[in-house]
Ligand binder design. Sequence first.
Ligand code: ADP
Ligand code: MG
Length: 247
Amino acid sequence: MTKVLEIHGIKKHFGGIRAVDGVSFDVNKGEILGLIGPNGCGKSTLFNAVLGQLEPTAGRVMLDGHDITGMRPARLSRLGVSRTFQLLQVFPEMSVRENLILAGQEHRGTMVSRLFGPRDAGLGEAADRMIAFFKMSHLAGEKAGGLSYGQQKLLDAAMAFMAGPRLVLLDEPAGGVNLTMLGALKERLRAINSELGATFVVIEHNMEFVMSLCQRVVVMAEGRVLAIGTPAEIRANPAVIDAYLGH
Ligand code: ADP
Ligand code: MG
């Protein structure tokens, strides 16, 4: 199996807080990997330390065998690596299509885009493809701020996929989303995975969502990896049940 991303012994300490304390795992090409664990166990900080938002205290990150430790997000975007944040990053005054084009520009490193607004530059086609994938054709011209929260979360995920998409890290894409939107999100992520061959890592609290979407799941607790396995293995793991699922 080809590894896209290798995380080796990543630590991120904030003074005395060991938010991430020696995390290692691989992400295989084409897989959907789940990342779960109690609130505050270091999931978002791990994403930040892996994708250049934060300098790791220790450890290395490899992308396709190349060391990308500490590489800035803008450079990673140009390599087709992107992410979403726990909080929405959409531009409320712009249309769905404009948001996608802007995201594409940002991934390409066009820093003026936020100042001058979206300019198509060939990204319109990519945006339309993403709109089709996310089944948002009827919303393409709507202002993002006028969409429901669930639709905005879908748009936010679609924006991350405008980078390539080689590898996308999703931080709670289903957080605060209702059951219908949850199903829609799952179905669209599956389509992107199978039809575009996109690899992604998903942080999510909804167990049913994670267990039905992901091929493998990494469980974190207190800044460390507690278990890695298939959903069936994770469900049956006594340490996981004790530390997390049992609560
Ligand atoms: P999760 O995403 O799993 O809920 P986080 O990665 O957000 O957890 O947080 C892990 C721990 O690191 C928490 O104790 C949090 O308070 C702490 N932490 C996160 N970011 C910072 C920061 N910038 N400064 C200090 N502590 C932080
Ligand atoms: Mg988090």
